[in-house]
Design a protein around this ligand. Structure first.
Ligand code: OAD
Length: 253
């Protein structure tokens, strides 16, 4: 069901809100989404810059790509959609959980705390060979990637989940999916797994246990999995989220 709305979502004192965000929530901050009409990510093919194979073939190209992403994200500011979620978290506390597919840090810079980055974080690096703990890293690698070596001899790579790799925090995400009563999905095309299936998992849970979950999608166009949602709100996240999440006295509790 598609809605154009001015109303606020009702979030009661027993509700738990699971938020899934994608590239669309950062679009109004000036960060490019992934699936533009030309099928390229900022002029690069996905398999060249976001796969273990692409990394093996040309680490410098991969670092060049993620250095540009670091530069763009560092210059960007959180927009009203990020701010509305942070403000809702201040009211709801840990009853609001954000799972983002985004690697930028705009949720945190808006003030959100209860956030996990299932596809990794742009401002972290790790080793491609050993279990070195991922570390904060804002550097721009315009030098030869070959120089970026871990003590073990492995290469330092961005701490990003590439195609074919396992997303982070899945245990916690499943736990939150298993107990939410409201699901809010914002700005994601609904094609990349497993995130695209979260709404189906919640629907299955409803069927199995008789629990009731309201599922909302927010974005300017219908995602590939639109039919799985109880409500689709068409519009930009920066415009709709502040309205849908506007201060609600009943959130407290
Ligand atoms: P996509 O680029 O596939 O989709 C972005 C979505 O945002 C589209 O559905 C747009 O309609 C929507 N959108 C655009 N502007 C918007 C706005 N102002 N407000 C709300 N929505 C808007 O990005 P994702 O679905 O996030 O993974 O992509 C998922 C994953 O694919 C990414 O996390 C990335 C990529 O592989 C990794 O890097 C591992």
């Amino acid at each position: 069901m598609t809605h154009k709305t001015n109303h606020k979502l009702h979030i009661g004192s027993n509700d738990r809100v699971f938020v899934l965000t994608g590239a669309g929530i950062s679009a109004e901050s000036g960060l490019a989404t992934f699936r533009g009409s030309d099928g390229l990510w900022e002029g690069e093919r996905v398999e060249d810059v976001a796969s273990p194979r692409g990394w093996k073939r040309d680490p410098e190209r991969v670092w060049r790509f993620y250095s540009l992403r670091r530069k763009a994200a560092a210059a960007a500011q959180p927009n009203p959609a990020h701010l509305a979620l942070a403000s809702a978290e201040r009211r709801l506390g840990d009853r609001l959980f954000i799972c983002t597919q985004n690697v930028d840090d705009l949720h945190e810079r808006a003030g959100s705390r209860n956030v996990v980055h299932m596809h990794g974080e742009l401002f972290q690096s790790c080793c491609d060979s050993c279990t070195l703990e991922p570390f904060a890293d804002t550097r721009l690698y315009e030098i030869r990637a070959d120089h970026l070596r871990c003590e073990c001899g492995g290469r330092i790579r961005p701490n990003i989940v590439w195609f074919g790799e396992v997303p982070f925090y899945m245990e916690l995400i499943l736990e939150e999916l298993g107990r939410c009563t409201v699901m809010l999905v914002v700005g994601t095309s609904g094609v990349v797994q497993p995130a695209a299936s979260f709404v189906h998992w919640v629907n299955q849970r409803q069927q199995d246990s008789g629990s009731s979950v309201r599922t909302y999608y927010i974005g300017p166009e219908h995602p590939a999995n639109a039919s799985a949602f109880t409500h689709v709100y068409e519009g930009s996240a920066g415009e709709l989220l502040p309205r849908l999440l506007g201060d609600q006295k009943q959130d407290k509790g």
